[in-house]
Ligand binder design. Sequence first.
Ligand SMILES: CC(C)[C@H](C(=O)O)[C@@H](O)C(=O)O
Ligand code: SF4
Length: 472
Amino acid sequence: MSSGTLYDKVWERHKVGELPNGEDQLFVGLHLMHEVTSPQAFGMLRERDLDVAFPERTFATTDHIIPTTPEERERPFADEQAETMLQALERNTEEAGIEFFDLDSGKQGIAHVVGPELGLTQPGQTIVCGDSHTSTHGAFGAVAMGIGTSQIRDVLATGCIAAEKMDVRRVEVTGELGDGVGAKDLILHIIGELGVDGGVGHVYEYAGEAIERLDMEGRLAVCNMSIEGGARAGYINPDQTTYEYLRGREYAPEGEEWDRLMEYWESVASEPDAKYDDVVTVDADDLEPMVTWGVNPGQVVGVTEPVPGPDEFAGKDRDNAEKAYEHMGVEPGETMEGYDVDVAFLGTCTNGRVSDFREAAAVLEGETVDPDVRALAVPGSETVRKQCEAEGIAEVFEEAGFQWRRAGCSMCLAMNGDALEGDEVCASSSNRNFVGRQGSKDGRTVLMSPAMVAAAAVEGEIADARAFGGDA
Ligand SMILES: CC(C)[C@H](C(=O)O)[C@@H](O)C(=O)O
Ligand code: SF4
C-alpha cells in the first residue's frame, strides 16, 4: 500500500471510520451537483424524511440538459424533459438551502469548470460529484471522485460517503512538450500508453517536469481524463502555480484563513520519499498533436503517424481495433491527417476553459471555417464566455464562421439537443469517442486538442495545427 502520498494524507485526514465491508467512511469537503444525477438522491432523502446535513458544502449547477442558444434558454424550455429536470433542481436546492448557479446567476456552467474557476475547488479537499469527470478537480491536489446515486444520497444526508481506498500509481512525465503540443495531447498519449483499463483500481498521481510546467487549465485537462484511463481519480501536487491561480477567486479563502489553509495545503503534498504502489514513466519529448482513430480514447495516434494495424494488437484489443476501423471507416497504415470532418466542436469540461479558446483562436485568426463544416464553440461556463467576449476571442470565432454559444455540456453527450446527425464526423475537444456518444449511433468522434479542432474546422479535414503557427 502507498504511504506519504497526497492521496494517503488527504484520505486519512478525512477518514471518519472503517466500515464492516472494508470500505472507509470519508468526510466530504465539497459536493458539486448537477441536474442529471441529483433528483433520485433527493427523492431518497424525502422518503426517509431526512434533511441535507451540510448545505453550505454543496453547490449546484445545470450543465447537461441546458440549451446553448439564448432563444432556446427561454423558459419553459421546448424540451419538456429538460424543463422538468431543471425545475427539480431549482426546487431541491431551494428547499435545502443549497447555492445554485442558475441561468440568471452569471456563474452557470459545467460543474468541473465552475468549481475551479470560482475557487471552490481547493487543495487537500475531498471533492465528490455525481459525475465521472469529477477527477478534474484533482488538478489542485484534491482527492476528487465521481460518485453514484446512493453516495449522493449519503453525502447529502450525512456529509460522508462510503468509499474504497485505491492504489496509487505515479505517472512521471519526463521531457518537455514541443510547440503546438499541449495538455490534451499529453493525456491522450498517456491513455494510449497505459490503456483505457490500465488505471483500474488506482488513482494516478501525475508528476514530473512536463506536468509541473503546465498551467492550471492544462492540469485540469489532464486530470479530467484520468477516468478515461480507468483510474478512479487523478491528481497533481499543489505548487505555486496552484496557489497563484486560486488566490483572489470568489470563493477562495482570504487573509488569515488563506495563511492557515496554505499551511495545510503544503503539508498534504506527497513526500519526496513517498511509497507508490506503482510508478510508470512517460516521455513528453517528440510528442505530436494526438488524434483518436477509434472508438475509445486509448485508440490514439500522432497526427502524422499511421493508424496501427490489427497485428499490433492482441486478444480483446484486436477485436476492439477491428470494430473501430469499421465504425470509423479508417484504414490501418494511413494517417488521420486528411480524414474528412463535418462538425467541429470546441468546449466541454476537458477543454472548455479560456486558455482553450485562446489556443483555438490563435489558429482561427484570419482564417475561415470550411463551408461544409458546422462549427460550434461552447464555453464551459458563463464566466468563460464573458471572459472570451471581453478579450475579443468570441469575435475571432464568429468571424471565422463558428457559432458562439452559451455554456453547457452540449454536443459532448448530446443531452441538450446539440447532436451529430447520421454518420457525421466530429473533430471534438471532448473526452469520449464511444459509439453513439454525440447523439447519433453512426456518428464518429475524433478527440483532439482545441488547436486541432480549429485547424480541422478550417481545413474540413484533420490537419496538423502546427502548420497554422497555433500556440497550443
Ligand atoms: C451524465 C453524467 C452522469 C455522465 C458522467 O458521469 O460522466 C456525463 O457527464 C458523461 O460525461 O458521460
Ligand atoms: S462536458 Fe461532457 S464529459 Fe464533461 S460533464 Fe458534461 S457530458 Fe460529462
